[in-house]
Design a protein around this ligand. Structure first.
Ligand code: RB5
Length: 148
């Protein structure tokens, strides 16, 4: 699967570890930065991963900042993008199955590497269930479309 990944400085080392983990599994991973542990601004990387998904350059995205919140907020500002913040695998699975999220976000200051890998596995293994969830996701899109 084509996966775009991004982080700020707080998630840099976690990003490197998750990238290696995904590549070991045969995924094609695009590193959207940041490229060092030097302090930087998370919205830049949230937007990059979201735009890669929107452009069809990647099917799924992984975002990491201190909490996962800021970087997911940035990604969610890109029209059509749904990024869910998760600290455990159950929510990671559900945000695919029910919310049809294309991006998973988590915090490098919240979860350790083993939990992060379980979160990513749960997210990538799950598929959108459709059915009644299709209408709910469509309502989210309607909200987006009502904005200027
Ligand atoms: C950086 O200090 C921190 O604010 C950022 O990584 C993230 O947690 C924001 O939501």
């Amino acid at each position: 699967m084509k996966i775009a990944i991004g982080s700020d400085h707080t998630g840099f080392f976690m990003k490197q570890e998750i990238m290696a983990y995904l590549r070991e599994q045969g995924h094609e991973v695009t590193d959207c930065g940041t490229y060092s542990a030097e302090r930087c601004d998370y919205p830049i990387y949230g937007e990059r991963v979201a735009l890669a998904i929107k452009a069809g350059e990647a099917e799924r995205g992984v975002l990491i900042c201190g909490t996962g919140v800021g970087i997911s907020l940035a990604a969610n500002k890109v029209k059509g993008i749904r990024a869910g913040v998760c600290s455990e695998p159950y929510t990671a699975r559900m945000t695919r199955q029910h919310n049809n999220s294309q991006i998973i976000a988590f915090g490098a200051r919240v979860v350790g590497p083993a939990m992060a890998k379980m979160i990513v596995d749960a997210f990538l293994d799950a598929e959108f269930e459709g059915g009644r969830h299709t209408d709910r996701v469509a309502l989210i899109t309607e909200i987006e479309n009502r904005q200027e």
